[in-house]
Design a protein around this ligand. Structure first.
Ligand code: FAD
Length: 424
């Protein structure tokens, strides 16, 4: 088979072995047509992976099957997984009514709730790479590729480097677009006993949903796995003290009948997208490229999209197109993150059953910033126009069939379910 870009893609590095890096390394192994390509999977075993990221989207189900070659049932069991059919919202919006945001088609399409701890191991089994345990000091562009500089090791030159080193250390206005209309910035993670029992002979078939429970200081996710149940309290550390959040977390667990838990982590996070995700030789993926709070579990799906898109473009188009493709790929990916961000931020626009400082801030101060934050002059893409079009569409009395497939990050069915549920 003639693959025009494969000659300019002989030496590839993936830096990082979190979910994003593991996906990239397995994808290179699966998609590269030439057996003589060289893949270095580089990570520093002294720097732990973030270890959260247990909700996903339905696209992950066929992709894991394709990457691992294992049957769906075996994959789900390896991941200690359950089948996620959507997100169950409790106490959100103006109607004080609980509702579910289903994947489409409803009760057919499912994703995984998965143990982030074991996802990397599963993907590594399908990866053919030289593993390098070393600290990377810098990744820089050089003529025709990129150079990786290590601590205590000679630098290496590659045709393409996936930078999956996790959250950037700090936010820089010239490099990052902030998403200030999402009102949360910190998570407290607790691990509780499993409420779903593993089946002895096969995967758990029961339909499960990520619970997203509105609370006075933010909201709490509940993800049921077969080995434990993950709870995460998502809040804003500039508005609520950790002590107040922990105390409300205790109250929720008590009302859920959870008697014991393991305190896992307190994780501050940025809501942002990198202005230059791909520069022709280096592609930032996973939390290094973009992040928004986990309300709709968008991160793994975005990493899948980035890896797939860059690899397909690099393999299927000859090297002379690289420079021309860079701005197109970037605009598409930034647009996708901001479109998702608008959908997630919009969840707060009708408040919740709590009239607390957090919810007043979320509804009245944070969300109204979206127009300015995503204006095309600031971000160089059309996410805002697409979002406005979706809202206008939902306000129509009749939606033409030709519009049913429209999307702004999320599909029209998602917008319609959230609008109904939130009462906006
Ligand atoms: C509270 C919370 C909940 C989340 N829930 C979800 C969810 O439900 N669904 C979802 O899709 N996502 C979720 N996420 C996002 C989740 O973090 C990502 O999906 C995923 O784990 C990607 O992480 P990563 O691979 O980019 O980075 P990490 O897991 O941080 O991995 C970074 C890797 O880079 C290596 N590294 C770092 N620096 C260096 C260096 N200098 N040299 C060499 N190696 C280095 C580390 O050793 C590590 O291997 C959540 C995030 C948070 C904070």
């Amino acid at each position: 088979m003639n693959v025009p870009g494969s000659n300019s893609l002989k030496r590839i590095a993936v830096v990082g072995r979190g979910t994003a890096g593991a996906l990239a390394a397995a994808s290179v192994t699966r998609l590269h047509p030439d057996s003589d390509h060289e893949l270095h999977h580089i990570y520093d075993s002294r720097i732990p992976v973030i270890g959260v990221g247990e909700g996903s989207w339905p696209t992950l189900v066929p992709q894991l099957q394709q990457l691992t070659g294992l049957p769906h049932e075996a994959i789900q069991q390896r991941l200690n997984g359950t089948r996620k059919y959507g997100v169950s919202f409790e106490g959100w919006g103006r109607r004080d009514r609980d509702f579910i945001h289903y994947f489409a088609p409803q009760e057919v399409s499912y994703a995984y709730h998965l143990s982030a701890d074991v996802m990397g191991d599963l993907l590594q089994e399908s990866t053919r790479a030289q593993h390098i345990d070393a600290k990377v000091i810098a990744i820089s562009r050089v003529e025709g590729g990129a150079q990786v500089t290590f601590e205590g090791r000679a630098p290496e030159r590659y045709d393409l480097v996936f930078d999956a080193r996790g959250f950037p250390r700090e936010q820089q206005a010239d490099e990052h677009i902030e998403i200030p209309f999402i009102p949360t910035n910190t998570a407290v993670i607790r691990r509780c006993p499993a409420i779903i029992e593993a089946e002895r002979d096969g995967p758990v078939l029961e339909h499960t949903y990520t619970r997203a429970i509105a609370r006075p200081h933010g909201w709490v996710f509940v993800i049921p796995l077969t080995v434990h149940t993950s709870y995460g309290y998502i809040f804003n550390r500039d508005l609520s003290s950790l002590a107040d959040v922990e105390s409300d977390f205790d109250a929720l667990l008590e009302s859920d009948g959870v008697g014991e838990f393991e305190q896992r982590a307190v994780i501050p996070f940025p809501n942002f997208v990198h202005r230059q995700i791909y520069d022709g030789a280096v592609v930032r993926i996973g939390n290094a490229a973009a992040f928004m709070e986990p309300l709709e579990a968008t991160a793994i799906g975005f990493a899948q999209m980035e890896v797939g898109m860059v690899l397909h473009m690099r393999l299927n188009r000859s090297a002379e197109h690289i420079e021309r493709d860079v701005p197109v790929i970037n605009r598409f990916l930034v647009n996708n993150v901001l479109s998702n961000g608008l959908f997630v931020g919009w969840h707060y626009c009708c408040g919740s059953r709590y009239d607390s400082p957090f919810w007043r801030h979320a509804r009245d101060e944070a969300w109204p910033r979206y127009r300015q934050a995503v204006s095309p002059e600031v971000v160089g893409c059309s996410a805002l126009q697409k979002f406005d079009d979706m809202i206008e569409l939902m306000n129509q009395q009749y939606i033409d069939k030709a519009d049913w497939e429209r999307r702004c990050g999320f599909p029209l069915t998602s917008y319609a379910q959230m609008a109904q549920g939130l009462g906006c």
